[in-house]
Design a protein around this ligand. Structure first.
Ligand code: SF4
Length: 554
């Protein structure tokens, strides 16, 4: 049978134009240029290398705090230091950690060493993505924007053979509309997955090859708003981190306030996705965070101008899956490269992209896909290991709460990452949820006032999210009866709470029963539902390419 999907033969397909994927593409172009100058008799073409980006343009879906350690970017593109305005970048000149109680805030007498940021830059990750993408295209590598990787292609022998891109122009029932275009089969001996956290193709790979780390990966959700403040309120280049209220002892996470150029701040809260409470609502917690007198005072007379939400992997070194195999590589957040102790991952994403490029080049030059495996060895022995190994037990230090966790993390810092106490068996966050009937206290909640605090729909509006409405739902629930029966009974449908974009609702039917109802066009692509659904029956698949948030200026 003839496939309806046109085949596009390539050499390397990189999925994701984030810092990892773009660093891989740019470094690969640099290495090929150097090789071709030295060996004009045996040139390597860049024509067969492409990058797929599901956002409208590179950077559109990139969201992070973000304070960047510039080391890896400086090695990849040293000119960034003279182009700081293009990245909305400011050097950090002042940092502090604060502890919040319900009403008061105390500045810690010293900033914990991992949170010291002198020498780092506050940047817009969205602008970094756009900036790197320009360099990649100028270096002769094609970026297909608005094109999502829909599924992995496999050979009969079980090797990855490339990526099928998304169909364009199906209606909500899956039927082709006028102008329908089937996705293409981009066949390539090398597939690089740099999709960010909980990538959908990475999940296909993980499930098919049963890839696991030593412990299951764990995640947190970062919720962020950009505010414009009266002049002089909070200087650009100042970095504050907060601990304590409103998360309490049981919840892992903390807040941040970063000073941006033009009287703007990035304000956010990271909440661990491993609560026993099925009513965990990170969006509500973030709104409550802003009502603290210390934060409220900061935001007074300011205006919220942007919103975003994104999950992040925090399991660290022991949760890393295998990083490479036959025809594939995992980079950046898709691999789990995030230093939870330092709250940083952008530099590790760039570092992993550069390391991957060296192995991909060797595989292309020698026509030897086996050389891809060198990437895994380099990542596990080089700079990435040097950074992540001493922090290997950081996240697990908090298994008995924040107070004990801070003491234990301090001890680990002194002992080079060793933890003398041992850990309980690790479990993914969704397995820690307890039945609703066991909850003894009301869930934290507030009524948004529309000035300081906002409901989910107002925040979705400020994320710039747009999707084609008439397309198949990209949130696939394998058994909606579980939602209406077991999940309603046991957990009270936690997706209604943890989703920061009000995608999930339980709608009353004419017979009085309640059925799950989805608003997929609200989705800000944070991946929390794929991660935290207690029955693991929700699969996040990419919607038609080009849809999703637009994190301009985030
Ligand atoms: Fe996040 Fe899922 Fe809600 Fe989309 S539907 S915003 S991925 S929790």
């Amino acid at each position: 049978m003839i496939s309806p999907h046109p085949e596009l033969p390539a050499e390397v397909v990189i999925v994701g134009a984030g810092p990892a994927g773009l660093a891989c593409a740019l470094r690969l172009a640099q290495i090929i240029d150097t090789h071709n100058a030295a060996h004009p008799e045996a040139p390597i073409s860049k024509d067969g290398i492409c990058v797929l980006e599901k956002g409208r343009e590179p950077g559109a879906h990139l969201l992070s705090g973000a304070v960047m350690d510039p080391g890896a970017l400086r090695r990849l593109a040293p000119e960034f230091a003279t182009d700081l305005a293009a990245l909305d970048a400011v050097p950090v000149h002042d940092d502090a950690a604060w502890f919040l109680s319900r009403r008061r805030a105390w500045r810690l007498p010293i900033t914990p060493p991992p949170l010291r940021n002198h020498g780092n830059y506050i940047i817009s990750l969205q602008k970094l993505g756009a900036w790197l993408a320009q360099k990649v295209e100028a270096a002769g590598i094609t970026i297909f924007s608005g094109v999502a990787g829909a599924e992995l292609l496999w050979t009969e022998s079980g090797r990855i053979a490339g990526v099928r891109t998304d169909d364009k122009g199906r209606d909500r029932d899956g039927q082709p509309k006028t102008g329908f275009e089937p996705g293409s089969d981009i066949t390539a001996p090398v597939t690089v997955l740099a999709e960010g956290v909980r990538g959908s193709l990475t999940e296909q790979l993980r499930k098919r090859l049963r890839l696991e780390g030593k412990i299951p990966q764990t995640f947190a959700l970062g919720i962020k708003e950009i505010w414009e403040l009266p002049p002089g309120r909070f200087p650009a280049g100042r970095v504050y981190h907060t601990l304590g209220w409103p998360l309490g002892n049981a919840l892992y996470g903390g807040g941040w306030i970063y000073g941006l150029p033009e009287n703007r701040i990035s304000l956010g809260l990271v909440t661990g996705l491993e609560s026993s409470d099925p009513r965990l609502d990170p969006h509500a917690l973030f709104q409550i965070f802003k009502t603290h007198p210390w934060v409220r005072q900061l935001l007074q007379d300011g205006e919220m101008i942007r919103f975003g939400a994104k999950a992040l992997p925090n399991g660290g070194w022991p949760a890393l899956m295998p990083l490479a195999g036959e025809g594939w590589l995992l980079l950046g957040d898709s691999a789990g490269f995030l230093n939870g102790q330092r709250l940083k991952g952008i530099h590790l994403a760039i570092e992993s992209g550069c390391l991957a490029a060296e192995s991909v080049f060797a595989a292309l030059r020698d026509r030897s896909p086996a050389r891809l495996g060198e990437y895994a060895t380099r990542a596990r022995q080089g700079a990435i290991r040097r950074e992540l190994w001493p922090a290997r037990n950081f996240h697990r230090a908090f298994e008995h709460g924040m107070a004990l966790g801070l003491a234990r993390a301090g001890l680990q810092w002194i002992m080079g990452g060793r933890d003398p106490f041992g850990f309980a068996p690790a479990r993914p966050g969704y397995q820690r949820m307890r039945p609703l009937a066991e909850m003894r206290h009301p869930a934290p909640a507030l009524t948004p006032d529309g000035r300081l605090t906002f409901d989910k729909m107002a925040d979705v509006y400020h994320s710039g999210t747009r999707h084609e409405e008439d397309q198949p739902a990209h949130l696939l629930i394998s058994d909606t009866q579980i939602c209406a029966t077991r999940c309603a009974r046991e957990f009270g449908n936690p997706c209604r709470f943890f989703c920061p974009a009000q995608v999930y609702e339980m709608a009353e039917q004419s017979d009085g029963s309640r059925q799950i109802h989805l608003n997929p066009s609200n989705c800000v692509h944070c991946k929390t539902c794929d991660i935290l659904d207690p029955y693991q029956i929700i699969t996040w698949a990419p919607p038609e390419g080009g849809g999703g948030p637009d994190y301009q200026g985030c």
